[in-house]
Every structure is written in C-alpha cells, then in structure tokens.
Design a protein around this ligand. Structure first.
Ligand code: PHE
Length: 346
C-alpha cells in the first residue's frame, strides 16, 4: 500500500516535470491530484488496511498531496506569467510605424489680427469695448453728423433690418463708429480711451476687394487737451508696433462727417520699401486706417461740451491689414472656409 503511494508520488512528479503549458497542467491535475485522479483512487484503499496502519497511511497521503499541490501551484504561476508575457509580446504595438499627424486647429487670421491690434492698444492704456451689431439709423448715421439724406451716407451701402417701429429705422452697422456714441453716453463725463473691435456689414456686391461682412477696430480718445499731435503719436506708435519698428507714416487729408479735420493714414510700403510695387500700386504707400479729430457735433451728441473737451477717433480693418501683410489678393478667402487658406496662418 505504502509502495503504491510512493510510486504515485514518483510518477506524478516526473509527469509534472514534462508539463509545458496550462493545458498540460489541467490534464496532469485530472490524472494525478484531481477528484478522480490516481491519488484519490489510492486513498480509497485505506479501508483495506490494518486499522493500526491507517494513521501512518493518512499522514503519508497528506504529505504527498501537499507536496504535489505546492509544486503544482508554483508551476501554475510560472506558466501564467509566461503566458501573459507571450500575449503582450504578440500584441505589441509596432512603434516604428510612422503615425498619422493630428490635425491641429488654429486661430482664424482675422482673430489673430484682432488680438494683435487689441494687445498693442491695451499696452497703450486703451480699454477694449464691444458694441452692438444691429444698430438704429440714429446711431449709425444721425448722431455721427449724418442727418437723413446727407450725401455722405452714400459712403456706406446699408443693410436695413425690419423693425416694428416705423419711426426708428434699424440697420446692420456699416462701421464700428456708432460705438463712439455708446461709449460717450456711458462714460460721460469721464475722459475716454477705448477701442471697439467688431463686425460690420455693407450691402455691396461681394468682390475681391469687398465683403458683405468684415471687421473693424474703432478707437476713441477724449480728454481736455487732446490734439492732432496725440492722434499722430498714437497712430504712428501703433503702426511701428504692428508693422515695422522704423516704418514711415504719412497723414493725408480726407473727409469723414464725424471727424474734423479728417485724415487717412498710410505707411511706407513694406514690400518694396517705398520704391513702388504691385501691392502699393506703384505709389510706395499703403493705406491702413481712417481717423480724425472728433467733430464738435459728435462730442455734443455724446454729452461732451466741445468748449471743454476734444478728442480723436480712428477706424481700421484687420482683414485689410492682413491682406497687405501677406500679399493676399482677395478678401473672399477670409470667410469662405477654405482650409487650404486658413491653415497657412499658424
Ligand atoms: N468709420 C470710418 C469708416 O468706416 C472710419 C473712421 C473711424 C474714420 C473713425 C474716422 C474716425 O470708413
């Protein structure tokens, strides 16, 4: 009887030495240590033994069973980790394959230009304001010194919006200048130094040079001794920061109903350095904005007494400035959502 146990131990250990996989191990278990395995069968013969030999048999049986299951457990965990290892190896990602580049979004060129302009004026102490895009005729024209039928209204072809009030015509603002009146009526009687960026709308045929919607940045400064010298200093500083450190700036007399005197501001063409090229149309100069001293009527409409207060205002187009900077020949690129254009502005 005892020999039979010894025999089983020997053979089971030998068989365990040949186990290569978890499947082999399961088969080994069935054959040797399982419920119907050789060891269990051998244990049944305990009933045939002399009762005095039974405890020794039981002990021997227990010791063999424990030894075998310890060895089995050790082998099982070794096989499991080998299997895991193999699985990881086979499933490994081939990191030598070139990846697909992620498509990174970027800011629209108009947004970039607006942010740059805002940054420059913020550093000069300007506050950034926003004003409404849907305006009354009163704010867009009348309060800016353009009564009904004033010929200067022809400068801005206008989108009219249906309104419930027959007395009050409603328009999409044709420029950011009505924001001047809103700021004055809000801040009055404080001095003012603000810019007003935003969208404007004009009822014009869309072409390479004009869009129905575009941006402007309005500027307004009001104080007690503001002169044309302040206008020139501020705008020249802006042009240097925006375009080139030593850029030459020129002021040309112009006309706007809400400023007097009015100017247009040119910078020396940075493409040809003033020699004359396609971008500056051989003139050597590029127009970048309109400006002037705030008209006394406009000051009064904003609640400022022109005997005490004076100021200057300006308006510029970020799309136009971007077109000049990058030699873009058609404003329609900005709002036609063509990735080939937009992704060039990192
Ligand atoms: N509003 C003018 C335009 O749209 C620009 C401007 C603003 C001119 C402020 C003078 C002062 O053309």
């Amino acid at each position: 009887m005892f020999e039979q146990l010894d025999q089983i131990e020997k053979e089971a250990k030998a068989a365990l030495a040949n186990v290569q996989s978890l499947d082999d191990l399961a088969a080994w278990r069935t054959q040797w240590t399982g419920k119907k395995g050789s060891l269990a069968q051998a244990s049944q013969s305990i009933g045939k033994l002399d009762p005095k030999d039974r405890p020794a048999f039981g002990q021997r049986f227990g010791a063999i069973k424990q030894a075998l299951s310890e060895q089995e457990a050790t082998l099982e965990s070794r096989l499991q980790s080998a299997a895991l290892h193999q699985e990881l190896e086979e499933d490994a990602v081939d990191i030598s394959l070139p990846g697909r580049a992620a498509n990174i979004g970027r800011l629209h060129p108009s947004t970039q230009s607006l942010r740059r302009i805002q940054h420059i004026f913020a550093e000069m102490g300007f506050q950034v304001w926003e004003s409404r895009e849907v305006e009354s005729d009163e704010y867009n024209f009348e309060l800016l010194n353009m009564p009904a039928h004033h010929p200067a209204r022809d400068m801005w072809d206008t989108f009219y919006v249906q309104s419930d009030d027959p007395q009050q015509k409603v328009v999409l603002r044709t420029h950011t200048s009505p924001g001047q009146i809103h700021v004055m009526r809000t801040l009055n009687p404080e001095p003012i130094r603000v810019i007003l960026p935003g969208k404007c709308y004009r009822y014009e045929p869309v072409s390479a040079r004009s869009e129905m919607m575009f941006h402007q940045v309005e500027g307004l400064v009001i104080g007690r001794n503001i002169t044309m010298a302040d206008l020139k200093g501020t705008l020249a500083n802006f042009a240097r920061r925006m375009f080139k450190d030593d850029v030459k700036v020129r002021y040309r007399p112009s006309y706007f109903p809400f400023t007097e005197p009015s100017v247009e501001v040119d910078i020396e063409c940075f493409i040809c350095g003033g020699e004359g090229c396609r971008i500056c149309k051989k003139s050597g100069w590029l127009e970048i904005l309109g400006a002037g001293m705030v008209h006394p009527t406009v000051l009064r409409n904003g609640g400022y007494d022109p005997a005490e207060w004076s100021g200057f205002a300006f308006g510029m187009g970020p799309e136009r400035q971007t077109m000049l900077r990058y030699d873009i020949d058609d404003i329609r690129w900005f709002f036609s959502n063509d990735g080939r254009f937009l992704e060039q502005f990192g």
